[in-house]
Design a protein around this ligand. Structure first.
Ligand SMILES: *Cc1c(COP(=O)(O)O)cnc(C)c1O
Length: 226
């Protein structure tokens, strides 16, 4: 299914009124679809697979801001480090350390979000509250060890369920963690991003304070694989 300007129009109006950033999730979608969205004004695109992201980054306009939203393996950080705009899925201390290491090599400060596990499903990646606190403590105690990463905020994925109240609780929990982190000593205004909400649950995420949504199928149509 091609990119649907109508749904983009509706979503982007709703989001810009709330100053929420739309990340158009283009994984598995061909360059033509991305260009169609690009010509409609979209500049933020989200991808889950490193190889696919590299190919698209090579061939598409250079002013696209590429968000890596998938699970990132440490040995692949070096490939995307030079250009990735924001890494949403930092789900371990060791991945953050690797991002910092690769950033240092090329003298670039890589922006990232810490991914928190908020869903009931076991399968989704992410830090638990204690791990999050541990990382935040460590950054505060030794900022010099993290000088080539910039933690811009938090990201989370809610349970895949029709139970809106459960989804709401999970997003509310993430927002509360976000606000707690923001208040910590040493955390400055650059910690400003709360990435939550996808095609199926973004209205709930918005009402729970999200300021960045990652929307794929609603814009580009269903994926044949994911
Ligand atoms: C695929 C994906 C999305 C977009 O999902 P849709 O349901 O198609 O909007 C958002 N976030 C992450 C982390 C994803 O992997």
């Amino acid at each position: 299914m091609p990119f649907l300007p109508a749904s983009y129009q509706k979503i982007s109006e709703e989001l810009s009124a709330k100053q929420v950033t739309l990340v158009a999730v283009s994984k598995t979608k061909p360059n033509e679809d991305i260009l169609e969205a690009y010509h409609a004004g979209v500049r933020d695109f989200g991808e889950n697979y490193v190889q696919e992201l590299l190919a698209k980054h090579e061939s598409l306009p250079k002013d696209i801001r590429w968000h890596f939203i998938g699970h990132l393996q440490r040995n692949k950080v070096k490939y995307i480090a030079p250009f990735v705009y924001l890494v949403h899925g930092v789900d371990s201390r060791s991945l953050l350390v690797e991002l910092n290491k690769q950033g240092a090599k090329i003298n670039r400060r890589i922006s990232c979000l810490l991914q928190v596990h908020i869903a009931k499903e076991e399968t989704k990646f992410g830090l638990d509250e204690n791990e999050l606190t541990g990382i935040m403590d460590e950054i505060a105690a030794s900022p010099e060890n993290f000088s080539h990463v910039q933690v811009r905020g938090l990201m989370g994925m809610a349970s895949f369920t029709a139970d809106h109240e459960e989804v709401r609780r999970e997003f509310a929990f993430l927002r509360q963690l976000f606000l707690q982190c923001k208040k910590r000593p040493g955390i400055d205004a650059s910690f400003d991003t709360l990435s939550m909400g996808m095609s199926g649950d973004y209205p709930v995420a918005l009402s729970e304070g999200s300021n960045m949504v990652r929307i794929g199928s609603l814009l580009f149509g269903e994926r044949t694989y994911s």
